[in-house]
Design a binder for this molecule. Structure first.
Ligand SMILES: Cc1cc2nc3c(=O)[nH]c(=O)nc-3n(C[C@H](O)[C@H](O)[C@H](O)COP(=O)(O)O)c2cc1C
Length: 145
């Protein structure tokens, strides 16, 4: 069956509490069951998430996530067929924060580390996430799917 890859960007809702450790544990538990993989980047204000897997499962998860009050202003950046997974062994990797090294990776592909969801090139964004996952892997909460 085809693989689908979905990428979205959203804003943290500061009125709702967020326990990122608990969130990532939920992601990993559920995603493993649905054979979904991906990565979540949380810079303190915004989330950027890639979800990969079967079309039906990716779609169902996206609809559930989009109703989650912990974030708002969700913008779907891309949803398309994919030849292979970028994060095949992670049911959901988490990278938090924006330190110098993470900023350096953003500046490899963009002129600034601020994402403008209206204009951002999604392929470059996926390159950023992949580099973050490879180069900063010890900071990830990793779960081999
Ligand atoms: C930014 C963000 C990303 C999320 N990503 C996932 C995810 O990848 N997988 C998942 O199952 N839930 C994810 N959630 C949580 C869902 O919205 C929902 O709370 C959860 O799936 C409910 O699972 P439960 O019924 O097992 O508690 C995410 C929530 C937020 C705010």
């Amino acid at each position: 069956m085809n693989l689908t890859r979905l990428v979205y960007y959203s804003q943290r809702n500061p009125s709702e509490s967020l326990d990122s450790q608990e969130l990532i544990e939920t992601c990993q538990r559920n995603n493993k069951r649905m054979n979904l993989t991906g990565m979540l980047h949380y810079n303190g204000d915004h989330f950027l998430q890639v979800i990969e897997g079967g079309r039906v499962e990716v779609s169902a998860l996206y609809h559930r996530i989009s109703r989650d009050p912990r974030h708002s202003n969700i913008i779907l950046l891309s949803c398309m067929d994919a030849r292979e997974r970028i994060f095949p062994t992670w049911s959901m990797g988490l990278h938090q924060g924006m330190d110098d090294r993470a900023q350096g990776i953003y500046l490899r592909y963009f002129s600034t580390d601020e994402i403008n969801p209206e204009t951002v090139n999604v392929d470059s964004l996926l390159d950023v996430l992949q580099d973050l996952s490879v180069e900063l892997s010890p900071r990830f909460s990793v779960d081999r799917a």
